[in-house]
Design a binder for this molecule. Sequence first.
Ligand code: SAM
Length: 274
Amino acid sequence: MMATPLPALTPLQDTLWLTLCGRALDNRLPRPVLGDRMADEIVRKVGYDYGKLHIPSSSALYIAHRARKLDEIARRFLARHPDAIGLDLGTGLDSRALRVAPPPTAAWHDVDFPEVVAARRRLLPEDARPHDLAADVTDPAWLDGLPTDRPAVIVADGLIAFLSLEEMIALVNRLIGHFPTGEIAFNGYSRFAVWAQKRVAVGRNVVDVSKFPGLDDPREPERWHPKLKLVKEVLMTREPEVAGFPAWLRLMNRLTAPSAALSRKGNVVLHYRF
Ligand SMILES: C[S@@+](CC[C@H](N)C(=O)[O-])C[C@H]1O[C@@H](n2cnc3c(N)ncnc32)[C@H](O)[C@@H]1O
């Protein structure tokens, strides 16, 4: 069978393969952390050569693990606010709506550049992409079509590395100005992670398009807008799923977990409310 042709994407948009392949590789493990079958299906459908991305098994697990945490945050919010708007910013080819399963009263929007939205329409089934929104999240007008009177849960998985600090602060301000109340969660990048990205094979795939300087203090975003309050800094080394990791990775996590400073340098999900 002929593989479906790859969509034509810019280097920035192309970063979506890293996270998609990470989740696909996790899905192939005997005990996946996330079990994202759709990611696996797309990678197979296009015959993507993930070998060229040099994704170590630890990175695949970390990508899947943080996606799972962001899913949980969205799911919990939607259970409390069934009328909410859900937003996945920089969604790539992710089918988070399938995993989160928003109630029918909620509205789930996946946001990415028009070229990525076109690729989603080609590669994802309709139920995996309830409402695609083609936009650059740094554009001041991109939220204009969305209701202003409903609570919102906003997740961004692998996006903030590609925004400058100023763009990130402006985005957060725009979201808080638009919705009456809600939660924002994203995977964090420490200054160390930004530094290390240049030095490991998997990081070199994204380094040319990365802009974020790194964030070491989870309370720093509270200074971006007075309404923004930290709910939790999720240090992944301390999360229960680590118990299912392979022995060597479990050991590394166990050694790191007692130190917040060390854990913070690795896989982190930052969760805020407003
Ligand atoms: C590393 S990928 C992550 C994709 C997806 N969240 C996932 O976990 O598979 C980063 C994504 O952010 C998108 N992106 C980067 N900057 C963006 C912007 N300014 N506006 C909209 N999307 C953006 C890229 O097109 C890409 O799809």
